[in-house]
Ligand binder design. Structure first.
Ligand SMILES: Nc1ncnc2c1ncn2[C@@H]1O[C@H](COP(=O)(O)OP(=O)(O)OP(=O)(O)O)[C@@H](O)[C@H]1O
Ligand SMILES: [Mg+2]
Length: 210
């Protein structure tokens, strides 16, 4: 398929005797969002880690735009925007410095204007000069999301992005992800929020039913 962004085939991951992922397939085309749902421990985060190359599956493969996904390639890092639940920040860079660094590292033109616009959109303008350690947990989460929106991206891979966000924040996130789809981007969304999944996702893959 010409516009296949992500093709995941037969991902299998075992920890000792336990098979957490058993030959999971998943496809995302441009402009589409696929939800990944299931109970705690069903393997959602493990699947995302295998997809983005942060974990090595025992079997299976991941193609990004038809090519083996190799996060060592700069084009892959440019295309793939990831928010996992173990997000870390440089302790001595402020909010605005973080976003500026991410935007420039990915070669965004007009980085300053872009960072300003995203700071405003995610509601971090007031705290833009603060260090990550001084942010509230929801503000830290907003910073992690802002990092995605100041960089180029073709596919978003998000592990419970709604975590820690207030009601307005979750509503904003839903709108934003729908707009990302409209701009032709693909999304893999792991979430425990059925309303967010219903609003954003075109299809859902359920783990842990076996
Ligand atoms: N490195 C590891 N070593 C051993 N077991 C692991 C490892 N990583 C994950 N697991 C196990 O794999 C299973 C799936 O974990 P995973 O984090 O993918 O679940 P999840 O679906 O994301 O759950 P949650 O909804 O709580 O985030 C769990 O039972 C977990 O303990
Ligand atoms: Mg998880």
């Amino acid at each position: 398929m010409a516009d296949a962004l992500l093709t995941v085939r037969g991902i299998t991951r075992r920890f000792g005797e336990r098979t957490v992922l058993d030959a999971v397939d998943l496809d995302v085309v441009a402009g589409e969002a696929v939800g990944v749902v299931g109970p705690n421990g069903s393997g959602k985060s493990t699947l995302l880690r295998c997809i983005v190359g942060a974990d090595q599956p025992d079997a299976g493969e991941t193609l990004l735009s038809g090519q083996q996904l190799d996060e060592r390639r700069a084009e892959v890092r440019r295309d793939l925007a990831v928010v996992m639940d173990d997000i870390d920040f440089f302790p001595d860079l402020s909010v605005v410095e973080h976003l500026d660094l991410v935007a420039r590292a990915h070669g965004q033109r007009d980085a300053e204007d872009l960072v300003d616009a995203v700071l405003d959109e995610v509601g971090l303008m007031q705290v833009s000069g603060q260090l990550p350690s001084t942010l509230s947990s929801g503000q830290r989460r907003r910073l992690a999301l802002a990092s995605v929106f100041v960089r180029p991206r073709t596919l978003l891979v998000l592990d419970e992005p709604e975590q820690r966000l207030d009601v307005e924040g979750v509503a904003w996130l839903g709108e934003k992800l729908v707009a990302e789809k409209a701009a032709g981007r693909g999304i893999v969304l792991v979430s425990h929020d059925p309303d967010l999944v219903a609003k954003v996702c075109d299809r859902v893959v359920r783990l842990g039913d076996a």
